[in-house]
Design a protein around this ligand. Structure first.
Ligand code: G6P
Length: 572
């Protein structure tokens, strides 16, 4: 959460260039934005990233905010400055002991309610007696919490950056060095990057860089060359969400192909890790957790015992030892709760495997084995194609153990759902005023019901609950009134039809997503051509994504950037 950037360039660049790079990080948070240049210009505001004044410079920092400490106001927007407006900082993370540090900075004039501002004043104070490098070392030693920080000094030709837990990377673009929260900020300029580890700091100019540990010793850092699939620059859809929904068959094919070729060895290694482990635990959050639920189901069908735990609860719900294989599933590879859980598992001696979208992300670097899900850049905050490829990878994995489903046929099934778009649109129109929605499923359709509910909440702002069909009668049925909409995922299981009937008998309106013929329980039908559970689940996910999209469109909501959310959640 929060995107930070710092650029030192041999050539002059404009505020427009800086904002363009910052825009590439906007999905990390979009409450406010701002930038500062080494000529001392500081511009910031709430709302969409936009040009506030036209300037040119060779050194600048920028920020896009997801608010934690302090409301969404111009004063709380980053960069923050010291008393004299000579030191500017951008920060992602939370300085947990900021009140304590602030207490020691009596006499300094604080302008915001944020924890971050303390960093600028802390450095100002230290610079009275020591150089920047030593001031940063002091900060790293004294600060508690999480941080990725870039520091700019007025008239300075260098930038400084340091981090703990929050992500930070340096891009080497030849004529410029670029600090950023992730590689996407500069992946249009270079594929060469140096990743920060915790408690490291770096000093860069336009032509050189140096990394240090918190004792001040210079480090020899590896330069990584990454491959990254950019989204097409031409946008033919109204929203990235729809574009990414439509990309799913193609990205699934790309993944399947990579599992047969460049990732074949990794898949084989994952299979042997699973065979050689006594306990298999998936960890994930949000949409990725729903993929892991499907993974448990697939593996179970193939005779492999596995469980999944939401990362933030992992420590309390699982025993982990050296015979455990933990499989982390994550699009960004930067989710803080997940990183925390991975580190915990590592300390306990577990092996770590991961399924990740963003190459060289923290989770990938912490893993003993990591497979790419090959979804490419996903811009919409809500995960669609990245979720789908997590599911496809898990399906391919289960197939290695004998689960009898061919992932290669699944892209056809996906495409067939696009043919139902008009029907889905008309159902979406009829649901756009609904305040509550329930989705029921059994077996493989249960995780799907959870995923559809999550999409409805985050994108369509509808209170939605995805649940096991069997659980309905244990409480939720009390909420069913005349016309209450319930989406039933009906895939041949006779009990789910009974559950839908129970809703109907109480006046509820059933919308069936189904591969059954002659279904009488619902008038609203989204019919799916899928002859097995996995294909049905995947098709139902797409139907749910489209339904969500069109409800949100009907309500004129900010589909790609839903309120209060961010794509990469780097706070606990
Ligand atoms: C955020 C995003 C979700 C995503 C979740 C997990 O909440 O808005 O779309 O599912 O994080 O992210 P990860 O990168 O770990 O898959």
């Amino acid at each position: 959460m929060c995107g930070i950037i710092g650029i030192v360039s041999k050539n002059l660049f404009s505020s427009e260039d800086l904002l363009r790079a910052l825009k590439r990080l906007e999905y990390r948070g979009y409450d406010s934005f701002g930038y500062a240049t080494n000529s001392g210009i500081l511009e910031k505001d709430i709302g969409e990233i936009r040009l506030l004044s036209s300037n040119e410079c060779t050194t600048a920092i920028g920020h896009t905010r997801w608010a934690t400490h302090g409301g969404v106001t111009k004063l709380n927007a980053h960069p923050h400055a010291d008393c004299k407006n000579e030191i500017f900082i951008v920060h992602n993370g939370i300085i947990e002991n900021y009140l304590e540090l602030k207490e020691k900075l009596r006499g300094h004039v604080f302008r915001s309610e944020t924890d971050s501002e303390v960093i600028a004043h802390y450095l100002e104070e230290k610079l009275k007696t020591k150089p920047m490098r030593e001031a940063i070392i002091d900060f790293i030693n004294e600060a508690e919490g999480t941080f990725a920080v870039v520091v700019l000094q007025k008239s300075g030709q260098q930038l400084y950056a340091f981090k703990r837990d929050s992500p930070l990377v340096l891009g080497l673009a030849g004529d410029a060095n670029i600090f950023a929260s992730d590689i996407y900020a500069f992946s249009d300029k270079t594929n060469k990057a140096v990743f920060f580890e915790d408690d490291e700091f770096a000093e860069v100019s336009d032509s050189s860089y140096a990394f240090y540990n918190k004792s001040g010793n210079m480090l020899d850092k590896k330069i990584y060359e990454f491959e990254w699939k950019e989204e097409e620059s031409e946008m033919k859809f109204d929203h990235y969400m729809l574009k990414e929904i439509y990309e799913q068959p193609a990205v699934a094919e790309r993944l399947i192909n990579s599992l047969r070729t460049v990732q074949a060895d990794k898949l084989e290694n994952l299979v042997s890790l699973i065979k050689n482990s006594r306990r298999i635990i998936f960890i994930a959050v949000g949409t990725s957790y729903h993929a892991s639920l499907l993974g448990v189901y697939f593996l179970h069908k193939a005779g492999v015992e596995a469980q999944t735990i939401i990362a933030s609860e992992f420590k309390d719900y699982a025993n982990v030892d050296e015979n455990t294989l933990v499989i982390a599933i994550t699009q960004s590879g930067e989710t803080m709760d997940l990183i925390d859980a991975v580190k915990h598992a590592k300390r306990k001696g577990a092996k770590i495997a991961s399924l990740v979208n963003v190459p060289y992300s923290t989770v990938q670097r912490l893993s003993d084995l990591s497979l790419q899900i090959e979804a490419g850049q996903e811009i919409c905050v809500a995960a669609t194609k990245s979720f789908m490829n997590q599911v496809i990878l898990l399906l391919s994995l289960a197939r290695e153990f004998g689960y009898d489903v061919n992932p290669e046929k699944i892209s056809e099934v996906m495409r067939s759902v696009f043919g139902k778009e008009e029907k889905i649109k008309s159902i979406a129109r009829s649901l756009s005023a609904s305040k509550d929605l329930y989705i029921i499923g059994r077996g493989l359709s249960y995780p799907v019901s959870r995923e559809i509910a999550l999409k409805l909440k985050e994108i369509s702002y509808v209170h939605a609950e995805g649940m096991m069909g069997g659980e309905l009668k244990h409480g939720t049925l009390a909420l069913i009134e005349e016309g209450t909409p319930v989406i039933a995922l009906i895939n041949g299981n006779p009990h789910i039809i009974s559950n839908a009937m129970e809703v109907k008998a109480r006046g509820g309106r059933i919308i069936a997503v189904t591969n059954q013929k002659n279904l009488s329980v619902a008038k609203d039908l989204i019919e799916i051509d899928a002859d097995n559970d996995a294909a049905f689940a995947i098709a139902a996910i797409i139907a749910g994504q489209l339904l969500t999209y069109y409800i949100a469109k009907e309500k004129d909501l900010p589909i790609d950037k839903p309120r209060n959310l961010a794509k990469s959640v780097t706070v606990k």
